[in-house]
Write a protein that binds this ligand. Structure first.
Ligand code: PMV
Length: 328
């Protein structure tokens, strides 16, 4: 019996310029390009073992058998990997996260980046990072950014071939910190895959997409010049635009909790007081407070005193996804 196995680690990422809505949902071609920071300190570790004795795929997440919908999504992604590998062998997939999944911390990004990398390696293949990024994109759009470390841009592209991510500044370019303020650990009601479908029902989506190139350019510039206050303005504007689209979709999506708004308002005040801090929020109620390393301890201390804060996770610029076990 031949076992082919490999293990990979990938970090999640936080989008500064958000991906919301697809031009092509099957290929996951996004409506607009996006920019993110890969989050070191948070990780998904995934082992894929192709095993000729199996009669179906077996998927576990954090030591528990995965739900039927997660298993199906993983199997569909394994089919993409099997197509590239040119074989038809089922696999066991064991995935572990060191952070809560499904609460707006982009667990699908690290999950599908790690799955892609482990699966390709277990199949005995080696693909260039851009090819891994294209493949990971098919599993979860934001996963294409988690193949890379540091500051990453996903080019929307026009087709499967040219929709991929690349790093434009390394993890050590700017020591930003992400204080992820957890106000709920519940699994979110409407996941991003369903949410993307609703984006075009909002009359605001076309305006958000039409202005995306300008925001991408401004965000890239602010990062390359380490211009914190410009970065703060563009990140918060982009976050508000995405949530405005969510709020005005049919049906409407509202991810914020009262605590979310309290944190947004506190961060705005702290920035007015001169602190290097701003916020962004994905498809969940938890708030990512982006700050410079210089101000991170002080901001974390002040966040701890806000009502409803369950815990604060801290992340720093992270490295690219990597294989940690050689092919057996
Ligand atoms: O990759 P998905 O389908 O989980 O979508 C990610 C959506 C957001 O996290 C809200 C924005 C982004 O660009 O990461």
């Amino acid at each position: 019996m031949t076992l082919r196995t490999a293990c990979a680690i990938a970090n999640p990422n936080i989008a500064f310029i958000k991906y919301w809505g697809n031009r092509d949902p099957t290929l996951r071609l996004p409506s607009n390009g996006s920019i993110s920071l890969t989050l070191g300190g948070l990780e998904t570790q995934t082992t894929v073992t192709f095993d000729e004795s199996l009669s179906s795929d077996h998927v576990s997440v954090d030591g528990q058998p995965a739900s039927a919908s997660t298993s199906e999504r993983v199997s569909i992604h394994l089919d993409r990997i099997r197509l590239v590998a040119g074989f038809d062998i089922y696999a066991t997939v064991e995935s572990c996260n060191n952070f809560p999944v499904g609460a707006g911390i982009a667990s699908s990004a690290s999950a599908f980046a790690a799955l892609t990398m482990a699966g390709i390696s277990a199949a005995g293949l080696s693909l260039p990072p851009i090819e891994l990024s294209r493949l990971a994109r098919r599993g979860s759009g934001s996963a294409c950014r988690s193949i890379f470390g540091g500051f990453v841009e996903w080019y929307a592209g026009d087709s499967d071939e040219d929709s991929y991510a690349e790093s434009f500044a390394s993890a050590d370019h700017w020591d930003l910190q992400d204080l992820i303020v957890i106000v709920s650990q519940e699994h979110k009601g409407v996941g991003s895959t369903q949410g993307h479908v609703l984006a075009d029902t909002s009359p605001l989506q076309s305006a958000r997409v039409a202005d995306a190139q300008r925001r991408l350019k401004e965000c890239r510039r602010a990062i390359l010049e380490r211009d914190f206050f410009s970065l703060a303005s563009i990140i918060e504007l982009d976050c508000h635009l995405m949530h405005a689209v969510m709020h005005t979709s049919t049906p409407s999506l509202m991810y914020w909790y009262p605590e979310t708004l309290q944190i947004m308002s506190a961060v705005t005040k702290w920035r007015t007081d001169g602190y290097h801090v701003c916020y962004t929020i994905d498809a969940g109620p938890n708030v990512h407070c982006i700050c410079t390393n210089e101000h991170a301890d002080s901001i974390e201390e002040q966040l701890r005193h806000l009502p409803g804060v369950i815990k604060i996770l801290r992340a720093h610029p992270g490295e690219s996804a990597r294989v940690v076990t050689a092919l057996k």
